[in-house]
Design a protein around this ligand. Structure first.
Ligand code: GDP
Length: 290
């Protein structure tokens, strides 16, 4: 079943090793090249691809397969373990009382993700609330309220206020009975001091238990710088990758994950509140390689 997670051409290359009693350096090179091609196409950072390649090569050539394991199964195991190492484990999201703040650039999918996460928590039996603090984007309030209605979760926002910190403070008080408070914040087209200052102030007010960075799957390499800025400002505990129902495979987000020393929490796969999945390494690996 692990083999099914790998892309079809890689599967073919690995299958060619079936029956071989010894796997040569050349065989390993072929496999690594195949993986490199897929990952670079999926927007994975060159440095990360290189690290992965080195890891696979040195382990496949230096380590002895355990007794009873065929060379092919051994290589397959190494490839899989190194890929899991690359994408990371899923961010731990305890099913308990907590406040989660979302950060990210304008249009990354924060507002949508806030409602999706609230829906996800409600399906886990918790009582979530969305707090909308985006006072910059016209329509953010209505969109957020509508999506919270669709998700059938509590919502707090104030369309007449232009003070996000005050909205956050009042939102926390108004949603006291909720188990999980998801605080949506404003984005900008690019990172600037005003955005960073604002999110720092909201963070100081709400004291979130975890901060998630929302990244559009199509973001590519620039996700890295963005991630660093947010990491410096508020600390990033996990990443949500959105728009994976499009053509982008989301490999660019791995650079952001690496940069912030965090992990991936959620994947967004559509525009409705139900289009959310918990990140899980093997599914994401098959997406990257497929
Ligand atoms: P924000 O500015 O970060 O709050 O972004 P929004 O939540 O408003 O999302 C921007 C656009 O992306 C909207 O049109 C959303 O419907 C769309 N969107 C968000 N997440 C997804 C997703 O997972 N898949 C698709 N196809 N569209 C998404």
């Amino acid at each position: 079943m692990v083999l099914d997670d790998l892309g079809s051409s890689l599967r073919g290359t690995l299958d060619d090793l079936r029956g071989k009693s010894r796997i040569s350096e050349e065989d390993i090179e072929d496999i690594v090249k195949e993986i490199q091609r897929s990952l670079l196409q999926a927007d994975v950072d060159v440095g990360l691809v290189q690290d992965l390649s080195d890891g696979i090569k040195s382990r496949a050539l230096d380590e002895e397969p355990p007794a009873g394991t065929t060379p092919r199964d051994w290589v397959l195991r190494i490839v899989y373990e190194e890929l899991v190492d690359l994408v990371g484990e899923s961010t731990e999201i305890p099913l308990e009382n907590q406040t989660i703040m979302l950060a990210g650039l304008y249009g990354s999918g924060k507002t949508t993700t806030a409602a999706k996460m609230a829906w996800w928590f409600s399906k886990k039996g918790l009582r979530p609330a969305v707090i909308q603090t985006d006072t910059d984007r016209p329509g953010a309030y209505d969109q957020s309220k509508q999506m919270a209605d669709n998700a059938e979760v509590e919502f707090y926002g104030d369309e007449d206020s232009n003070d996000p910190v005050e909205i956050a403070r009042e939102g926390l008080a108004a949603t006291e009975d909720a188990d999980v408070r998801i605080v949506d914040t404003a984005g900008r087209d690019g990172l600037n001091e005003e955005l960073i200052d604002q999110i720092e102030r909201i963070g100081a007010e709400v004291q979130p238990d975890r901060n998630l960075l929302v990244i559009d799957a199509a973001m590519g390499q620039s996700a890295k710088d963005q991630a660093q800025e947010f990491e410096d400002a508020i600390g990033i505990d996990g990443v949500a990758i959105t728009k994976l129902d499009g053509t982008a495979k989301g490999g660019g987000a791995l650079a952001a994950v690496d940069q912030t020393d965090s992990t991936i929490a959620f994947l967004g796969t559509g525009e409705t509140v139900k289009d959310i999945e918990r990140f899980e390494p093997s599914g994401f690996i098959s997406r990257l390689l497929g």
